[in-house]
Design a protein around this ligand. Structure first.
Ligand code: ACM
Ligand code: ZN
Length: 509
């Protein structure tokens, strides 16, 4: 059905926009089959929350793109976002944090009824929702309300900084497992997915190394460091194995991030390879299923254009072309093991996504590239053809009222600069990451559809405020870039107001 909709004019996405648009499709036979079975999108709603109605809108778009798994990252250090009736502290305490600026973020969470509503909404669109409850790391929010399940006993505070915490669930305390299996038993019935994600990433072993309970467990189990893994890494393997058994008894299959390979992989675990492709290759060659979600291609919290002129994102530069180019079938996987790569997933980590508008700006149109990575056989992939089809696809996003990245005019072949000094003459030479019409003004006004079109490099010999922006074929205007062109003898250095504290900034992922 989605394929048929793609043959209809983009404008039919909105009932109010159909005037004058012919509702016809060519006579064709549709034979459509995706390259990969698992086509996923992960959304972190812990660092910054996304309301239920916005999630539904996102699910509509996923369905359009034939992305059939929605991985819902529900818990993290910075917030616990799902109601657990047996442990009310998780919503009363763990769902809020004090920000450094002195205001409270939250409480934000989904009730169990809301979770069921989202799962049902996704199911109507042939999307399976996979929950993730993080353990043993990324658990500070939970441990703030229930410090008795940490190694130190607390007290802890829901984190207001990004990054990795040393405070994780105590693996030596049987009550920790009681707590976690109680939670799983409340979460599992809300979802119909075959899979359950238990996280497993970024869990430092510092506390376990000095915790008497954890060390006692290591001794009892006879865990010993070897050339490959420490005793504590093997303790994490024990931890994950114990939860895997519980999930299997409830009819679910465990997914973990690639760190779950460390210390020995649980017998039936599926691995999500995020630190590059190594974890996926290793898992597949071991005969385990894997999902490729490497951070260099499929992390959607990065810069889609020149970072010098864009709002803060994560530390990588990942353009639409780069994401499109990803091939999730590395040579290093043995021929008879390739079927273990069951799919791909793009991840949207929300450290820098302060609101839904920014989430959409980061993940669109990148999700279209993901869709082709997941759906299109390698021999049929063609980036220039994809680029040509983007004009139509942007209109579809417009019709759904979805924000997306419109390439900002950037300096050709060098880092962009919004304050340009000259002595005699200066040339402005612009490019965009995708073919785009650029309009500009030199009189300080905001450029609009009727402004002059930029087609060739421009030269300037006087102080000028130059403003430029892209306009999509469908008429959507991108963000304005303002360049102050200043004769150098008139230049007074501005007081530095940026760049301070950058060394201390944390870059996730
Ligand atoms: C991850 O990005 N920490 C899975
Ligand atoms: Zn411990």
């Amino acid at each position: 059905m989605q394929t048929m909709l793609q043959l209809l004019p983009a404008e039919i996405e909105s009932p109010s926009a159909v005037k004058g648009v012919a509702w016809t499709i060519p006579a064709v036979t549709i034979r459509d089959e995706p390259r990969l079975a698992y086509r996923g999108f992960m959304q972190d709603i812990c660092r910054h929350f996304v309301d239920k109605e916005s999630l539904k809108k996102q699910l509509d778009i996923l369905a359009m793109y034939k992305i059939n798994k929605f991985h819902w990252h529900l818990t993290d250090d910075q917030g616990w976002r799902i109601e657990i009736k047996k442990y009310p502290g998780l919503t009363q305490i763990s769902s809020r944090r004090m920000e450094g600026e002195g205001y409270e973020y939250g409480p934000y969470f989904y009730t169990q009824e809301e979770v069921k509503e989202i799962v049902a909404y996704a199911k109507e669109r042939f999307i399976e929702v996979i929950p993730e409850i993080e353990m043993p790391g990324h658990a500070v929010a939970a441990l703030t309300a229930y410090p008795e399940f940490s190694c130190t006993g607390g007290p802890l505070q829901v984190r207001n900084l990004w990054g990795i915490s040393s405070d994780i669930f105590c693996a030596g305390n049987d009550d920790t497992f009681g707590f976690l299996t109680d939670i799983l038993d409340e979460v599992i019935p809300l979802f119909e997915s075959e899979y359950f994600h238990i996280g497993g990433d970024e869990a430092p072993k510092l506390r376990w190394e000095s915790c008497p309970k954890c060390q006692k467990r290591i001794k009892q189990l006879g865990l010993r460091a070897d050339d490959e893994f420490s005793a504590e890494e093997k303790l994490q393997s024990y931890f994950v194995n114990r939860l895997e058994k519980h999930l299997i008894s409830r009819g679910r299959k465990l997914i973990g991030w690639d760190e779950t390979l460390e210390g020995g992989l649980a017998p039936s675990a599926t691995v999500m390879s995020w630190r590059g492709e190594k974890g996926g290759i290793k898992s597949a060659n071991m005969g385990h299923d894997a999902i490729m979600t490497p951070n260099d291609w499929l992390y959607l919290d990065n810069y889609q254009g020149d970072r010098k002129i864009l709002p803060a994102c994560n530390r990588r530069d990942i353009t639409l072309a780069k994401t499109y180019s990803y091939n999730p079938m590395p040579e290093a996987i043995e021929a008879d093991k390739k079927h273990h790569i069951i799919g791909v997933q793009a991840n949207s980590w929300a450290e820098y996504m302060y609101n839904v508008d920014i989430v959409q700006w980061c993940v669109h149109p990148m999700l279209l590239a993901l869709s082709e990575v997941a759906c299109t056989r390698l021999e049929n992939k063609d980036y220039s053809d994809f680029e040509r089809r983007m004009d139509n696809q942007r209109v579809r996003l417009d019709m759904h009222g979805i924000n997306y990245y419109v390439p900002v005019p950037q300096d050709r072949g060098k880092p962009s600069c919004n304050r340009m000094l000259f002595t005699d003459v200066i040339t402005i030479d612009l490019e965009t990451t995708e073919p785009m019409k650029i309009v500009y003004t030199t009189n300080g006004r905001d450029p609009g559809p009727k402004s002059k079109e930029y087609t060739v490099p421009l030269t300037f010999t006087a102080n000028t405020t130059f403003k430029a922006r892209s306009i999509t074929a469908g008429g959507r205007m991108g963000d304005i870039r303002t360049i102050e062109i200043v004769r150098s003898d008139a230049y007074k250095p501005a007081t530095a107001t940026t760049g301070q504290g950058l060394e201390a900034a944390y870059y996730p992922g």
